[in-house]
Design a protein around this ligand. Sequence first.
Ligand SMILES: Nc1ncnc2c1ncn2[C@@H]1O[C@H](COP(=O)(O)OP(=O)(O)OP(=O)(O)O)[C@@H](O)[C@H]1O
Ligand SMILES: [Mg+2]
Length: 530
Amino acid sequence: MRHACLPHPMLAPSPAPIQGKPLGLATAHTTTLVGLDAHPIRVEVCSTRGPAFFQMVGLAGSTVREARVRVASSLARLGILLDEHAITVNLAPAELRKNGGALDLAIAAGVLGAMGRLDPAALEGTVLLGELSLDGRLQPTRGVLPQLEGSRARGFRRAIVPSGNAAEAGLAQAMEVFMANDLEAVVRHCDGRGELARVRPTRFTPHLETSGLDLSAVRGQAGPRRAVEIAAAGNHNLLMVGPPGGGKTLLARTLPTLLPPLTFDEAIEATAIHSVVGLVDPDLGIVNVRPFRAPHHSVSDAGLIGGGDVPRPGEVSLAHHGVLFLDELAEFRRSTLEALRQPLEDGRVCIARARARAWFPAAPLVVGAVNPCPCGYHGHPQIDCRCSAAERRRYVTRLSGPLLDRLDVHVFVPPVDVRSLSTSQPGEASAAVRTRVVAARERQLERARRGEATGTTNSTLSLSDLERVAPLDGRARSLIERAVRELGLSARAYVRVLRVARTIADLEGTDRVIEAHVAEAIQGRVIEGR
Ligand SMILES: Nc1ncnc2c1ncn2[C@@H]1O[C@H](COP(=O)(O)OP(=O)(O)OP(=O)(O)O)[C@@H](O)[C@H]1O
Ligand SMILES: [Mg+2]
């Protein structure tokens, strides 16, 4: 029971301002990211003269808690010592966990405002982003683009960012963004003693080649080349099956060169995702090539799908609008591949945490490559396969399952004759194939614009879309019905065959889907029974 003589703590009189100094108050603005969502944070600072302390309340993550060391040291560089100052920083809203070093600048500015070293009114309406070094310099921070975009969406029209983030910040639309090298420059700007330079709009020029690879490097392999073209044209996920050395990895790596150049909106989305993990080239400021991600088969679930205490995007999101290549598919943990199913269906990943849910887009073109059996040589014309039928079945079963159903185009990549590599002519170059791919995609976009299809590529057409945009004539219908009966196509595989047939017709530039298109689409499903 509470002792009758002690006042209730809530009723205790607030400490009288010491040495007659009034309480200093200031509010600065910044944001914290949850996934790609930037939540606005008000940094409220109260400063009184008194025994020195610096406390921070409002669910600060560990990097944010450490800000006080960086802030105190940066202020000392300006000749401002916190001795005899009692400083309380409140990060609001209280229920949201704040992460990252980007809050440093707002905390420092708030402290200066509360101490009367900077006009608090100058902080109104400006979002401050940037991590401080001990000497007061501003370090580039992660996630600047999504933070600026989120701030604008919440009504902010002005921001200050580290100069090292200028190129990325130059992508922010309808915002006045200033850049600073250090805290001192920010103080001078706020005091009206020297305006900071504005970041210049970043120009966007899409690039096509990622790795210097070109489809012309692939000799022979007409079937697999065709499969890669169809996959690119309809944005269909692709599975390549074949013995070692047939060029599966080579073909997958050339795929980004067949895709249309990134649009500005796609580039912005890809940049925001890469920015969260610090993967944007600071000089370019933008992701201007289609991403190509090839995680090793030992990748963790979180590495592939995304996760972590502070949610980070995984490979499937880093490959958004590009290619996710899963080489040696059979070596991936089954649980990891299973975890990929939902994102592939929804086109995004949700990472649930106790206090918030983080979302990341995740709609890459997925390419898997795998040998046909454990020894790799099943189907090889010269080398005998050492696996028993049971071993082969087990191997295929390891692969099978709903993930395979989500890979629309399956193709067998035969071994290449080494002698033919030196004598055969280079194949068609990526640019020529890309021209056809772009034309086929334009037809798909046109259907979406006319409202005939919900998605912008054939890979997302629903069954009712397909009935509208890919009506089958009698022969095509009886062919697919036979395939359902004889190959045991699942319902999902049936839809996928129709989508691929639609793409084949688009590559031909025809509206009608005929028997030949369906036949080619069915042929592209080499894993039996799927
Ligand atoms: N069709 C081809 N044209 C030109 N080069 C090829 C071709 N196929 C393979 N190569 C060359 O052979 C090497 C092996 O090819 P790659 O790694 O793509 O084969 P793979 O099918 O992925 O084999 P594995 O199953 O062992 O992974 C590469 O260096 C590639 O340049
Ligand atoms: Mg390979």
